[in-house]
Write a new protein. Structure first.
Length: 297
């Protein structure tokens, strides 16, 4: 295996999915990021793009998931690809697509290496399920699936829980009011407790300090996966995503969080999600994203 220092280079795998259901949107993100030089910016290797799509505009009555069959198929396919890659010595970097990629990624990493941690850098806590999600989109539910909380059929497809709350860090979220109004399970009610660092706490402590704390805490316990949803950024900083919210992070704050986490030798894999090039006609957001990820490599 070719190594850079003590860390295996990333193998970049495209996951062209959008759990909204129709074609387009974030499913075009992986191809756009590839053309903008993501693989080269990461100093990585090309792992190709999986032949996956999510199609359908009907919620399954049993799972509550929009286009449920496609979502479950995606999870099974991503799970196999990630597990096979890690067992072969790869360090996967999934270029999504939407956050529905995450349960399969975590399941595959768990299959390959055993107990796993997660740092989830996202504007949302993503603890909805098939009942509480107002839209039924798989991208609302990845943390619920990863923790084994539901929807049941999706958890089964992932082979059960992929991580445990005490090894799960929810970082940068700012959707507390909305999620309470929707009836989403609140992360502070879980037992054992996850590591909760909403955006206001990140700013109060300083992103560098928070990232250093999480890196030390997780790498002393378990290998971990890092997931980065671009909607953690402020809507004026990164408008090329589907669920815009004010009051988000700056590129400087996100860079300070990502750099030590991506550099950790305990990082088994990573993923980026929710870049929508259809909302980025001049590709300025895509270029900024590639530049920011490259700066951490």
């Amino acid at each position: 295996m070719v190594k850079v220092g003590d860390v295996e280079p990333f193998t970049v795998i495209g996951i062209p999915i959008d759990s909204v259901g129709p074609g387009g949107g974030t499913e075009r993100g992986p191809a756009a990021l590839r053309k903008l030089g993501l693989i080269e910016a990461l100093g990585g290797r090309d792992g190709g793009e999986l032949d996956l799509r999510i199609r359908g505009e009907i919620r399954d009555p049993e799972t509550g998931i929009l286009a449920s069959d496609d979502v479950l198929t995606c999870t099974a396919t991503i799970r196999r690809r990630v597990a096979r890659g890690i067992e072969a010595g790869e360090r996967p970097f999934l270029a999504g697509g939407c956050c529905a990629e995450l349960p399969g990624a975590l399941a595959g990493a768990r299959d390959a290496i055993g107990p796993l941690g997660l740092v989830h850098l996202d504007g949302h806590a993503d603890l909805y399920d098939g009942e509480t999600s107002t839209r039924g989109e798989g991208a609302d539910m990845p943390i619920s699936v990863a923790l084994g909380l539901g929807p049941e059929a999706w958890v089964e497809k992932a082979g059960g829980p992929s991580t445990a709350p005490q090894y799960t860090a929810l970082l940068g979220y700012r959707d507390q009011r909305e999620s309470i109004e929707d009836g989403m399970r609140q992360p502070q009610t879980l037992s054992p407790a996850p590591i909760l660092r909403p955006l206001e706490q990140v700013r109060a402590a300083g992103p560098e300090a928070v990232a250093a704390e999480l890196t030390a805490r997780l790498q002393s316990a378990v290998p971990f996966w890092l997931h980065f949803d671009v909607d953690v950024l402020d809507q004026d900083v990164f408008p090329a995503t589907d669920y815009l919210m004010p009051g988000g992070a700056s590129w400087k704050e996100v860079g300070a969080l990502l750099t030590p986490l991506l550099a950790s030798p305990a990082l088994v894999g990573a993923s980026v999600a929710c870049y929508n090039p259809e909302k980025d006609p001049d590709l300025a957001c895509g270029r900024a994203l590639v530049e920011a990820l490259g700066a951490t490599a």
